[in-house]
Design a protein around this ligand. Structure first.
Ligand SMILES: Nc1ncnc2c1ncn2[C@@H]1O[C@H](COP(=O)(O)OP(=O)(O)OP(=O)(O)O)[C@@H](O)[C@H]1O
Ligand SMILES: [Mg+2]
Length: 601
């Protein structure tokens, strides 16, 4: 049952021109109980060619100059339509791609709605995976979830265009439909910069672990609620990669230095008193070295402070550096390399030093300080090269202590982990995501089989926070390092079953290497030229017609394209139920500013 609407009058390359019969310009037509869409732009037509139907999308419409007079004397114009073939139906169903082209005089027909749906709805499974309806056709289509979640996904759009809703909808539907099947095979981790997913979203509470990390909260003496700090295992913390990343160590001098610190710890790990002994030894070395170093004095003062030994702090105040003699002195006493003066004046107080009850962070600070004293005396390092690292350790410790714990406990293994960085300062926001990404990537990579028997899905909303190429606040080398780490995950991750979903307002700010590695895209309204240019250049599956719609899309509409989809389509994503929506709603000024709201009850 089909409606004939016209016939082919020109074929030029892949551009088809059709002459359209008089009355097929209605918006919607009903025929034989079926609903059809009239011929207009972005609608689909079927052109009969033998036993195949070639499907074309309408890209333009115009009137021919020539007047025609019909038999009953009515004057009309010829209506022409330009169309582009996108695929064909044969006895097995829809096939995407231009394989057959129509010829002149082939007849064109309207397509029933359900056949249009079958072009896009290619999930081919019993359980449909629906997150929305096609914008123009208003048909709910099922997404090919198998191919979609087996890929890196990008969700882009200006602020307020509905990215977070789309992201949340995508995963809410996934969890609703496949929950029992994925619960013990896959893990999902959301890096949530704005605390949008810490409530009821996505999955029921028992399958969700939420970490609300805060550097701004008061810390001292307060019992931390579960989820206030992220647990790192000791071996993961005392790892070159972790420490380099947390303290942004430079590769050529600071990393080897950190490596020596870690090595030193590992060697004496079993012996609980070793750190205290190590500290005492460094005091002796500093005072009685053949060539003492002035810088060691400040470092020793830091040590005294870290172990909170007041007697030692006071004693060191009396010590000074005599630059002429290149020796330490106290009162009129010079400290000579033989150690005699040290034994008499300093050693008894140093003996009271105790470093056994430090937490991992203080231990780290102590170890780097002691290592620096030792390396300085031995002439291994230049003070100026390492000191910035020590300062960085010192200054970030109080922040890190608020968001991390180091111990034996591993993070609980829930289906979904949400790590909210909403209440973290900017510095922490830059460093922690990298740590978490590495944490999940490495631990997964080390245990996964080939081919992967489990997967990890890393979801980053507001990804420009960490994947942006333009950032003036951090050093060039650190930025490169940061991006490299994510690029590695995105380039190599697929082989290990690690998939990344990123959402961002400014795709143009995100490293092009990363955007070009994404497979599937949900593109909401974007107006900035730079963003559109990037979209044009990196998304090969986007056609010009869909591309031209992007600046004008409404809230929640997006162009969906990529390797999982044969053809780009425009989708109006369903809005989630109120309690499932990400906490990112527009302000309702009418309500906020209404007088009733403030009036005393
Ligand atoms: N599919 C939709 N249908 C209707 N309204 C929507 C839809 N998606 C989002 N909205 C509304 O648009 C507003 C913003 O949505 P959302 O937070 O998802 O945008 P966003 O692109 O993530 O913005 P931002 O970049 O600021 O995070 C919300 O108030 C939401 O209720
Ligand atoms: Mg958002």
């Amino acid at each position: 049952m089909t409606i004939r609407v016209g016939e082919v009058i020109a074929v030029n390359g892949t551009k088809i021109t059709l002459r359209i019969d008089e009355d097929s310009s209605k918006e919607t037509l009903f025929y034989g109980g079926e609903k059809y869409k009239g011929v207009s732009i972005r609608e689909y037509l079927a052109i009969q060619r033998g036993f195949r139907e070639i499907i074309c999308i309408v890209e333009g419409e115009f009137l021919d100059e020539a007047r025609v007079e019909s038999a009953n004397g009515k004057v009309g114009y010829i209506r022409k339509v330009e169309a582009r073939p996108i695929g064909f139906f044969d006895h097995t169903g829809f096939k995407q791609g231009i394989k057959y082209l129509p010829m002149i005089k082939d007849a064109a027909f309207l397509l029933q709605e359900e056949r249009i749906a079958s072009i896009f709805d290619r999930a081919g499974s019993a359980k449909p995976f629906k997150i929305g309806r096609m914008l123009k056709e208003d048909i709910a289509v099922s997404l090919p979830w198998k191919r979609l979640f087996n890929s890196h996904i990008g969700i882009f759009g200006n602020t307020g265009s509905g990215k977070s809703n789309t992201l949340a909808k995508l995963y809410t539907v996934l969890f609703e439909q496949k929950f029992s099947a994925i619960a013990d095979k896959s893990r999902f981790v959301i890096l949530d910069f704005n605390g949008e997913y810490t409530g009821n979203q996505l999955v029921p509470g028992e399958s969700k672990m939420v970490y609300s990390l805060a550097t701004k909260a008061p810390n001292a003496g307060v019992e931390q609620p579960p989820g206030a700090v992220f647990p790192l295992k000791a071996e993961e913390f005392w790892d070159l990669e972790t420490l380099s990343l947390l303290f942004q160590a430079t590769p050529n001098t600071q990393r080897p230095f950190l490596n020596r610190v870690i090595d030193g710890r590992r060697r004496y790990e079993k012996n609980p008193g070793s750190l205290t002994a190590f500290a005492k030894k460094k005091f002796r070395d500093a005072f009685s070295a053949g060539h003492p170093k002035a810088a060691a004095l400040d470092l020793m003062r830091s040590v005294a402070k870290i172990v909170e030994n007041d007697a030692l702090i006071d004693l060191l105040k009396e010590v000074s550096w005599h630059s002429h003699q290149s020796k330490f002195m106290r009162g009129h006493t010079f400290f000579d390399p033989d150690g005699e003066e040290y034994d008499a004046e300093i050693a008894p107080t140093v003996e009271t030093l105790d470093a056994t009850n430090l937490d991992a962070f203080d231990q780290l600070l102590l170890r780097v300080t002691l290592q620096l004293i030792g390396d300085l005396i031995n002439g291994y390092v230049q003070f100026d090269h390492i000191q910035p690292l020590v300062k960085r350790v010192e200054s970030s410790l109080s922040n890190l202590r608020k968001v991390l714990t180091v111990g034996d406990a591993a993070a609980p293994d829930k289906l979904l982990t949400v790590i909210s960085l909403r209440r973290c300062n900017n510095e922490t926001k830059k460093v922690l995501p990298l740590l978490f990404a590495k944490h999940y990537y490495n631990s997964h990579k080390d245990t996964v089989a080939t081919p992967p028997d489990k997967t990890v899905h890393l979801i980053i909303d507001e990804a420009h926070n960490i994947l942006s190429q333009q950032s003036t606040r951090e050093s060039e080398s650190w930025k490169d390092y940061r991006l490299e780490q994510f690029e590695e995950i995105i380039k190599e991750g697929r082989k290990f079953g690690v998939f990344v979903t990123i959402a961002s307002q400014r795709p143009a700010d995100i490293s092009p290497t990363i955007v070009s590695q994404l497979h599937n895209f949900f593109i909401h309204r974007l107006v900035n030229d730079r963003d559109l240019f990037l979209i044009d250049n990196t998304i090969t599956t986007l056609d010009s017609l869909s591309r031209s719609l992007i600046p004008g899309l409404a809230q929640g509409s997006c162009v969906v394209t990529g390797t999982a989809f044969d053809l780009p389509m425009v989708l109006q994503v369903d809005r989630l139920d109120r309690d499932k929506q990400p906490a990112s709603e527009d302000v309702d000024l009418e309500q906020l500013w209404s007088e009733a709201a403030d009036a005393p009850a």
